[in-house]
Design a protein around this ligand. Structure first.
Ligand SMILES: Cc1cc2nc3c(=O)[nH]c(=O)nc-3n(C[C@H](O)[C@H](O)[C@H](O)COP(=O)(O)OP(=O)(O)OC[C@H]3O[C@@H](n4cnc5c(N)ncnc54)[C@H](O)[C@@H]3O)c2cc1C
Length: 439
């Protein structure tokens, strides 16, 4: 008797799509993965100069030691020895200077918190958030209200408010729910992990394993619509190819993209997708001839009111040796912004003119002739914005169209987005797809 092998399409070759493909192919499905870009990796993808051994991520990326889903997948694949966990230095701005802020003693010495009771409140609040699991209670209140109440105005204004404004802008900083901050503080570690060769090396290695297992990976393949067929299957159209029919389809891109691809979704599900808020990101990567931070700092947290035209400055080669990059020194200049912000329209040269003068504030010796080359990466979907009672607004992985599934950054709540949770939701969607076809 001939058995029908389910034919599955995955839209998006980011870490979520790749993880789902891994489980689906091993469950005996026929899997085709469509990726619009010329490489896999999605938001975690990277690029490389010919003289570099390692790639650099377009958007700065690292793992935490608590990222059990992605580290677990890497273990399963037998690649654990390719993961590195250095401990780079993070600093916070205060009145024109930067102070280490990546350990309890460092936090105790940070002058921005003042002395005495504020430090105690800061410590107790941090301890509580690490210990409690009750995020459901925290999503009923905003970070602004909760922190002002429990940590106090001074601690909130010097520590958390600048981060909230930096990440969510004035529009959302006061309305993001407290479960979001809980999720960040609950699980993060000071050691930061990466993969030998960079995140792109990990994604390429995973794609290679998938190809060996039989997944068809189509790069430069942008899906333009998904349409249910009369016999209960799903037709996928690409810009330049005839419709292809699948038994099940998993979309791993943004909620806006799913709505655009599948206007036939019922109105309430579509409205739910379109009501989700998110921030974009603009990140410039620079290759420099010299080290920028003389102190060897990796991550500079910069409040918006310090007068820098960006939120974070990250010296990647104070985390990973410049030897991996042919001796070049790599820095990132990054910001989360609403998609209407002018930084989404300005040219790379205009942004360089805006950003570069401020590097002298980090190192007075910096001069523009230190710059070998710059790259500009912009994405309109970078950071979901969780408002009050957000758990009620998460779109279901199983959409109302039979056979159509959706797994994105917007659904990993209460956790914040991240490659770790892309693995978790990709694999969760794969389990559902398998079980829905199991008699
Ligand atoms: C600035 C920034 C910093 C970050 N830092 C970290 C970090 O330090 N650590 C961490 O773990 N995570 C970090 N993240 C988050 C992490 O990158 C994401 O959570 C994760 O990569 C999401 O994976 P995904 O597969 O869900 O989605 P994506 O990576 O967005 O993948 C979706 C894929 O779909 C493709 N696609 C879109 N439209 C179509 C179409 N029509 N047809 C075919 N393909 C399509 C896209 O090209 C993309 O490859 C960061 C993100 C940003 C923006």
């Amino acid at each position: 008797m001939e058995t029908h092998q389910d034919n599955i399409a995955i839209i998006g070759g980011g870490i979520g799509g790749l993880s789902a493909a891994y489980d689906l192919i091993r469950a005996g499905k026929q899997v085709t993965l469509f990726e619009a870009d010329d490489r896999v990796g999605g938001l975690a993808a990277g690029f490389k100069e010919p003289h570099w051994d390692w790639s650099v991520e377009r958007y700065y990326h690292h793992w935490f030691q608590s990222d059990r889903h992605i580290l677990g997948l890497i273990n399963e694949l037998g690649w654990a020895e390719q993961v590195l966990f250095p401990r780079p230095l993070t600093v916070m701005y205060y009145r024109g200077k930067f102070y280490p802020f990546d350990s309890i003693p460092a936090a105790l010495c940070y002058p921005g918190l003042g002395w005495g009771v504020n430090k105690v409140r800061f410590g107790l609040v941090g301890l509580y958030l690490r210990m409690t699991d009750n995020w459901q209670a925290l999503e009923k209140t905003t970070v602004d209200a909760w922190m002002r109440k429990w940590a106090g105005d001074k601690v909130y204004q010097s520590m958390w408010e600048p981060m909230m404004i930096g990440k969510f802008g004035e529009e959302y900083a006061k309305v993001v729910n407290m479960a979001w901050l809980w999720a960040r503080l609950h699980v993060r570690t000071t050691r930061l992990g990466t993969f030998q060769g960079g995140f792109q090396a990990f994604c390429d290695q995973l794609a290679e394993r998938l190809r060996e297992l039989g997944v068809a990976i189509k790069l430069n393949a942008r899906v333009s619509s998904i349409n249910p067929t009369a016999d209960g299957r799903l037709g996928i159209s690409l810009e330049d190819a005839a419709e292809q029919i699948y038994d099940q389809v998993l979309v791993t891109a943004s909620p806006g993209l799913l709505a655009h691809l599948t206007p036939m979704l019922p109105q309430d599900y579509l409205a739910g997708l379109l009501s989700l808020k998110s921030m974009g990101a603009v990140v410039m990567t620079l290759s420099l001839k010299h080290q920028l931070s003389k102190e060897g700092y990796y991550w500079y947290n910069i409040p918006k009111n310090a007068g820098f035209p960006f939120l974070s400055l990250v010296e990647h080669t104070n985390y990973l040796s410049p030897e991996y990059f042919g001796g070049d020194h790599i820095i990132y200049i990054g910001d989360y912004l609403p998609v209407e912000h002018e930084n989404f329209q300005l040219s790379q040269t205009e942004l360089e003119a805006r950003f570069l003068p401020h590097l002298k504030r980090i190192n007075p010796e910096f001069s523009p002739d230190w710059v070998n080359r710059t790259w500009l990466s912009r994405t309109k979907y970078a950071q979901p914005v969780p408002l009050l009672h957000h758990s009620k607004n998460i779109p279901a992985i199983r959409t109302p169209i039979t056979g159509l599934y959706f797994a994105s950054m917007s659904q990993v709540y209460p956790w914040d987005r991240g490659t770790n949770f892309a693995v978790e939701i990709g694999r969760r969607a794969a389990r559902m797809m398998i079980s829905d076809k199991t008699p």
